[in-house]
Design a protein around this ligand. Structure first.
Ligand code: ACO
Length: 430
């Protein structure tokens, strides 16, 4: 059809599927009436070909390797903005003016403390608990202190909850880390900006002065911006999915955190550094042997930090980070053998037919872990840092979903391929 729609012939049925035009990128066709009219459903594992929402937040051009938030290029945002400015942009659709930004920053200070009762909550975890488990559990737990703000249809409550979540997440993350070290929890400070405050809570001790290194704060600011949103990825889609049942914002975000934890998603930043360390520590290993393993279909190993559902070009975030890794390492740590191994691996993969044919390029996680490490973060905190960065994106998507009149509870169909009908056998006869 000329208007971008489609005509579908299916058995005796001819169906006109109307167009769902995009401003940029893939257009859609509306298959909403397909099952009612033909008793047929679409089958799309991993939703690789399914748009679950119309969105105005983030646009990815996977072929050109471009990423924009609300129309602004990621490169401009990463070069010129603070993380809270980008969070505001994602949530409200425009860059804040000075007064808006000041009020937004003030709201972060207002809400950064945790209820004292939550301290016992951190104490209850075993020392070796993964901080992602603590982060998502704490996010759910925080919801119990603010039940009067749970109504997803009340805009003021949603904004208040969004501020609480963004403000408290660095405190939760830093306390999850302190728990694992056995050192005392450090309270947030209102004289410090968002990123500096987080670094202070992570690394300060009550016994001595701690000065936040501005180079580290600046680098972390850029990293958080680069993680702030990325369309309908696994964790964001999870947040929307859970929120579509009108579950509250805290509960929806906690679910997104659990999705992020997986090694195929945000957990890849930890997995990349583990992989690089394995290569560095194994005298018999070489980049070639790892490339060979990644290509071997009988080996479950994958080159972590490589490949992406949407990009068939270099991930623009990885491009920024690759350059950034050298700068950061020069300024804070000096050389890191893992960065050299990563560069060797990248070069070997990009010149290998297997990776070329499948358009497999480094993604954001390939270099981020190396930089987090250089900034002094322990490996198990890497995915937590991703979560702090992604939080505004999750909230913006949840808000957009609740405000969209087209939203219905997410409830995919299935194609049943199990037993048809079986005669029941009582327990004593089985
Ligand atoms: N190493 C080796 N082969 C790979 C890799 C990899 N990292 N990634 C994809 N492939 C191969 C697959 O085996 C498949 O080959 P085939 O066509 O011969 O079967 C082909 O490339 C397509 O891969 P799919 O798994 O179908 O792609 P999908 O879009 O489903 O998965 C994913 C994307 C999960 C990111 C995948 O590339 C991967 O596992 N990468 C490693 C983990 C990773 O870095 N995750 C972080 C992603 S970015 C993020 O979430 C922030």
């Amino acid at each position: 059809m000329d208007d971008g729609g489609a005509t579908l012939n299916l058995g005796d049925h001819t169906l006109d599927l109307s167009a769902v035009p995009a401003r940029m990128g893939n257009h859609g066709v509306d298959i909403g009436s397909l099952r009612a009219q033909t008793r047929t459903v679409t089958y799309d594992p991993g939703f690789a070909n399914t748009a679950s929402a119309q969105s105005t937040i983030t646009y990815i051009d996977g072929t050109a390797g471009k990423l924009t938030h609300r129309g602004y290029a990621i490169e401009d945002l990463a070069n010129s903005c603070g993380f809270l400015e980008v969070a505001f942009l994602l949530l409200f659709g425009h860059l804040p003016n000075k007064a808006e930004l000041e009020e937004w920053q003030a709201s972060m200070n207002r809400h950064s403390l945790l209820n004292e009762e939550l301290k016992r909550f951190f104490d209850a975890f075993p020392k070796q608990a993964h901080p992602m488990a603590i982060l998502s559990s704490a996010t759910n737990a925080i919801s119990t202190f603010y039940e009067e703000y749970h109504n997803p249809k009340d805009e003021a409550s949603v904004i208040e909850s969004a501020q609480r979540l963004i403000a408290k997440m660095p405190t939760v993350a830093a306390w999850a880390y302190k728990k694992s070290t056995g050192f005392p929890y450090i309270y947030p400070r209102n004289d410090l900006r968002y990123v500096a405050n987080f670094l202070h809570m992570m690394f300060a001790l009550p016994t001595e002065e701690y000065h936040v290194d501005p180079v580290i704060a600046k680098a972390l600011n850029v990293l958080l911006i680069l993680h702030a949103d990325h369309g309908q990825n696994c964790s964001t889609a999870t947040v929307r999915f859970v929120g579509s049942s009108q579950a509250n914002l805290f509960a929806s975000v906690a679910a997104g955190m659990n999705a992020l934890w997986g090694p195929l998603h945000g957990g890849a930043n930890q997995a990349v550094v583990e992989m690089l360390a394995e290569i560095a520590n194994d005298p018999s290993a070489s980049t070639e042997s790892y490339i060979a393993r990644a290509k071997d279909k009988n080996d479950p190993f994958r080159l972590m930090g490589f490949g992406h559902r949407v990009y068939n070009n270099y991930d623009p975030r990885a491009r920024i980070l690759k350059k950034f890794a050298d700068d950061v390492l020069d300024r804070v740590e000096g050389d890191d053998p893992l960065l050299r191994i990563a560069e060797e691996l990248e070069e070997a993969a990009l010149s290998d037919e297997y990776f070329q044919e499948r358009n497999l390029y480094p993604n954001v996680d390939f270099y981020s872990g190396i930089i987090f490490r250089a900034l002094g973060f322990p490996m198990r905190m890497f995915t937590v840092l991703f979560a702090i960065g992604r939080l505004p994106g999750w909230i913006a998507n949840w808000k957009e979903m609740t405000e969209d009149p087209a939203t219905r509870i997410a409830r995919p169909r299935q194609i049943y391929v199990g037993e048809e009908s079986r005669r029941f056998i009582p327990l004593h006869q089985r």
